[in-house]
Design a protein around this ligand. Structure first.
Ligand SMILES: Cc1ncc(C[n+]2csc(CCOP(=O)(O)OP(=O)(O)O)c2C)c(N)n1
Ligand SMILES: [Mg+2]
Length: 821
């Protein structure tokens, strides 16, 4: 099924010009009288109340941070509190039309958005549903604190719950919304559609796209709002997120109900500053941020600047934009103009702006101005507004007392259980599917051409001791394919995406055959946006879907650094174990393509807490590990070496089973038993180790036991220790550059764990600490069979009559280290 878009040179080479439409700027000009048809008195007043709640909450935090006291209540909060005093109208306006099915993602400065969204949901939700949510959230831990002595309605209780859950989280308390594992900049509460807020500027720029994609692919109700700052427009994830969210394919190629744009609003909370950098006039060139929309797609992202100092203007804009999203015309870009009266943080001396400017914006304060409008319009009087404010002060005092008290609101008890945080690092669940609906697939299993082709192959690579011809042998690619193909039939939420994933068949042909089987929305090509590929998957996962994003080369992992190191890896633990992250990131490790396409970066991801890391080297292991990864709910970095995509199964003599099986992540495997030396290999070096073992056996009568690590995180050392007890010696090998490689880490652990059984220190063989040279010189860079034999001879066990061709002596090692190469 080739792509249907025909690129006609006669058309695209024609002379023409691009037309831009005007972009509206602060066009809203209604007064209260005109708006009385849209809002009830109660709604008018709730808008005021919600802004005032946010203002008081943040003013309290400001007092706590700067003086350690609020209305006589003391508390010491050393952590961050990035306040948004001045931005309340923007937050409340954004949230007014949203319910629990609408998801918001935010930034480090999102307390106001959390409260605004929560208050909006509480207002709309039935009491019974509210009570159910509060009772079931972490077993009612958070509710128990606020319901004690509570008198009032369920909605009142829910407001206390919202304020307490947020504040306790800011203070890092166990009954906070995220068990105190997130804190101020990351707090969230998904039952109200409040999704993670991100301390990495622009972090939500691509994660939110994953949320919108989740809604679109799984046909779920609601829209998604990415609340990000004006300065985040300089961040890669935001641009990549926008590129990913505006791909033509949604409207051109996706089919049926899935056709149409993403239900997503990039809502720039434009307070006109980064920390101290002024976006307009200093650090950016857009002048008016909404202008950006014009360059993105013909719809100009329906971009608009709205006056975020007037809540009614923001509500009006959101109402119009939500309508566009429901018509599948998204995504939309909103430039919501506002001002941060408070500093970036309470320690900010505002040295980058003048007092006159702060005063000018304070004089137009949105809460005061809106209150005056309500009074002028005859909606209310000053006394009522004062009453609302004094109730809020009382409530804030109560919440602070509860959240600040260490008896009532303890921290996670690490004294009793120093490992407690460890339980949140992985969910370790086994879940076949994340939704019960029927998976959308174009044909029956047996009709798939690739499956038919695989059926004809030999599932073990040797027949009567001789190699099966390549074309007839089931290979590594087939192992990965079968596992993924199978999961597509089980889990309706499963999607795979990346560069060249569809018609091309995956950059290395692993997906050949999938295009025929799957509708576009389950397998698609993406923009060349490695960061967004991982970030979108992260958002998709945290919203409840399973995804297989792919990085074409391991070297491109650098492009997705933040998404892998700070996002994919951290959100399960930062949610106190509430969120799951069922994402399998396929990473192909290259060779032959030189310095920027041939690196093994297993050590980099293994260093990051929260990621599982596997590196199978045989078809049997590839299928079993992929099955296990896809059955789990943890993020797995799945490395595949391009050297061995064609390799048949040579170890598991029964061949690769046709049916489903899992290989437990974390369990290494003895690939060749031996007595005299253990060789622990990660990835494709397994085959070099096997050749070396033959030489050691034939030429020197030394029997090597080869252990294939298969997994790196987690990793069970028992098998390795048992082997060393027998052999007393170990050599570790992989294609990663030796310095700082994960093998070094393993060697240290092995020394510690098996010191008494070792006759020699563990020896690590990795690639040289150089750039990868072009293919023709690779034999001097990547570990070779002769390196293994030489290293054994020089460092572990002298081999009678052996002459070395590579220098593994201490002198050489010291010299190389001295030179840093
Ligand atoms: C990737 C990254 N770079 C820098 C920072 C430090 N930092 C925190 S907030 C901020 C300014 C962000 O400005 P903007 O996106 O406009 O949001 P605002 O703070 O104005 O709400 C900076 C530079 C960070 N947290 N993350
Ligand atoms: Mg800003």
């Amino acid at each position: 099924m080739p792509k249907s878009e025909f690129i006609d040179p006669k058309v695209v080479r024609q002379k023409s010009e691009i037309q831009f439409d005007p972009i509206p700027v602060n066009q809203y000009d209604k007064n209260i009288q005109e708006e009385m048809v849209r809002y009830s008195t109660n709604q008018f007043l709730n808008i005021f109340r919600d802004m005032a709640i946010i203002r008081e909450f943040e003013s309290m935090l400001n007092m706590i941070k700067t003086t350690g006291e609020y209305n006589g209540i003391t508390y010491n909060h050393p952590g961050p509190a990035h306040l948004s005093i001045g931005q309340e109208a923007a937050a409340v306006g954004m949230a007014f039309h949203l319910d629990e099915n609408d998801y918001i993602f935010g930034s480090h400065r999102s307390h106001g958005e959390i409260l605004a969204k929560g208050l909006s949901v509480i207002e709309k939700m039935e009491d019974e549903q509210l009570m159910n949510i509060m009772k079931s959230y972490f077993g009612g831990d958070c509710l128990r604190v606020v319901e004690k002595d509570h008198k009032g309605t369920a909605k009142e209780l829910a407001i206390d719950f919202l304020l307490y859950g947020t504040l306790a989280e800011i203070f890092g308390k166990e009954y906070g919304f995220n068990k105190g594992m997130g804190g101020s900049m990351h707090a969230f509460f998904t039952p109200f559609g409040i999704y993670p807020n991100n301390a990495i500027v622009g972090g939500s720029g691509d994660i939110s796209v994953g949320g919108a994609l989740y809604k679109k692919i799984n046909q779920e109700k609601g829209i998604v709002v990415a609340n990000i700052g004006d300065a985040s427009m300089g961040c890669g994830p935001v641009w990549e997120g926008i590129a990913f969210a505006t791909m033509d394919q949604y409207t051109h190629l996706w089919e049926g109900d899935h056709k149409g744009g993403l239900p997503l609003i990039f809502n720039f909370m434009n307070n006109q500053y980064g920390m101290g950098g002024q976006t307009c006039g200093e650090t950016m060139g857009y002048n008016i941020l909404a202008r950006i929309g014009a360059g993105v797609n013909p719809e100009q992202m329906f971009a608009e600047r709205v006056d975020g100092y007037n809540p009614l203007a923001v509500i009006d804009a959101f109402e119009r934009k939500i309508k566009l999203l429901k018509e599948k015309k998204g995504p939309v870009l909103l430039d919501t103009l506002t001002y941060r009266i408070s500093g970036h943080s309470p320690s900010d001396a505002s040295s980058y702006r003048s007092k006159e400017e702060i005063n000018a914006w304070s004089q137009q304060d949105s809460i005061e101005a809106y209150g005056e409008q309500l009074i002028k319009g005859g909606i209310t009087d000053q006394e009522t507004l004062n009453n609302i404010k004094s109730i809020i002060v009382k409530r804030t005092e109560k919440i602070l007392k509860l959240a600040g008290d260490l008896e009532i609101s303890p921290r996670l008890n690490l004294k009793n259980d120093p490992n407690a945080i460890g339980y949140y690092m992985f969910s370790n669940d086994s879940v076949e599917k994340l939704n019960d609906r029927k998976p959308e697939i174009n044909h029956d299993w047996d009709e798939n051409p690739r499956i038919q082709q695989i059926k004809k192959k030999e599932r073990f690579g040797l027949k009567e001791g001789k190699p099966v011809p390549k074309i007839k042998a089931y290979n590594f690619r087939d192992g990965v394919y079968e596992a993924i193909f199978d999961r597509y039939y089980k889990d309706p939420t499963l999607v795979a995406f990346g560069e060249e994933n569809r018609d091309w068949g995956g950059a290395f042909a692993v997906y050949r055959g999938l295009t025929e089987a799957l509708p576009y929305h389950r397998l698609f090509n993406t923009s060349i946006s490695e960061g967004a590929i991982v970030g979108v998957a992260t958002g998709y996962g945290m919203c409840g879907g399973r995804a297989i994003p792919e990085l074409m080369y391991c070297d491109f992992l650098g492009r997705a650094g933040d998404e892998i190191f700070n996002q994919l890896s951290k959100w399960q633990a930062m949610s106190g174990g509430y969120l799951k992250m069922p994402i399998v990131l396929r990473v192909s490790v290259g060779s032959k393509y030189g310095a920027q396409h041939s690196q093994d970066w297993t050590s980099i991801v293994s260093h990051i807490p929260g990621l599982k890391v596997v590196f199978p080297a045989t078809p049997y292991d590839a299928k079993g590990l992929m099955n296990a990864a896809l059955q789990g709910t943890d993020p797995v970095i799945f490395f595949e070496s391009q050297r061995i995509y064609d390799i048949p199964e040579l170890f598991h003599t029964e061949g690769v089973p046709e049916g489903y099986y899992e290989i437990e992540i974390g369990e290494p495997d003895v690939k060749r038993p031996g007595e005299d030396i253990t060789i622990l290999s990660i990835g494709a070096t397994l085959y070099k180790a096997t050749e070396a073992a033959e030489i050691l056996d034939e030429n020197y009568n030394i029997s090597a036991e080869i252990i294939d690590a298969r997994s790196i995180v987690p990793f069970n050392y028992s098998l390795v220790i048992e082997s060393i007890k027998k052999t007393g010696r170990i050599l570790l090998i992989s294609d990663a550059c030796e310095r700082g490689s994960i093998l070094k880490d393993m060697a240290t652990n092995i020394t510690e764990l098996a010191f008494d059984y070792l006759d020699a220190p563990p020896v690590v063989i990795g690639s040289r600490n150089w750039i990868t040279p072009p293919y023709e010189m690779e034999e001097y860079f990547f570990p070779q069979v002769s390196w293994i034999v030489d290293a054994v001879h020089q460092k572990i066990l002298p081999l009678e009559g052996h002459k070395v061709s590579n220098d593994f002596s201490n002198g050489e090692k010291i010299d190389r280290a001295k030179k840093g190469v």
